[in-house]
Design a protein. Structure first.
Length: 221
């Protein structure tokens, strides 16, 4: 599938490294679900719309390829990746290390932000809006990692969530996958509100184990 990306008009921030900026923009669009698995990334269109050289764009593609967010095919081009079972296992290895630790020790607890994400997820659930539920789930886990107070850890999580969004496409025909986690997330917030951080971290580990198992079973089928 080739998507017309000529309308990308994101303003460049005062980023010291243009290659990193390009990779960040593409990664955010993938994490937001705007570029699904299999999308061909047109070098000509992207270079023109982002006002960067093709060499810079290729360097950004290399960065995203190392992160397993895009895949290069000789003589065909660069495509948004479609994660396989091994990729899912690696994603969840990283998530089990990062997210429970943020719940347990993170100094930047923001219950207002978490409450807002849960409220948005419940509204999406009431409408039966699966893409919005998936987006809310991404936002929730992003907010959890923000509790760490570490920009480096948040950037690592952004990369993981970009890959996670690609995995979610495999579950597009399974709306219950996202529905269940709306209330799971709400339960984590209530544990945090009560100051029960160890229980929240343990609950999240179990939650991640269950999600990984379900995804692997679906990919295996």
């Amino acid at each position: 599938m080739l998507v017309n990306l000529g309308d990308i008009t994101t303003e460049r921030s005062d980023h010291a490294n243009t290659t990193v900026w390009v990779a960040d923009v593409l990664r955010r669009r993938i994490a937001a679900g705007e570029l699904p698995p299999g999308t061909k990334l047109s070098e000509q269109q992207l270079a023109a719309s982002m006002q960067v050289s093709r060499n810079t764009l290729r360097e950004a593609f290399t960065m995203l390829s190392i992160e397993s967010v895009v895949t290069r095919f000789p003589n065909r081009g660069v495509f948004v990746a479609a994660p396989d079972a091994d990729a899912v296992r690696e994603i969840y290895r990283v998530r089990r290390m990062l997210e429970p630790a943020a719940l347990l020790w993170g100094p930047a607890l923001d219950l207002e932000r978490l409450d807002a994400v849960v409220a948005g997820a419940r509204e999406a659930k009431a409408r039966g809006d699966v893409p919005e539920m998936a987006a809310a789930n991404q936002a929730f886990h992003e907010a959890l990692m923000a509790m760490s107070g570490s920009r480096q850890l948040q950037q690592m999580m952004e990369r993981v969530l970009a890959e996670m969004r690609l995995v979610f496409h495999a579950m597009s025909g399974e709306p219950d996958f996202h529905t269940r986690y709306v209330e799971e997330n709400a339960g984590l917030v209530e544990l945090l509100r009560a100051g029960r951080r160890p229980e929240a971290a343990e609950a999240l580990r179990g939650y991640l184990d269950a999600a990984e198992a379900e995804l692997l079973a679906h990919l295996g089928a």
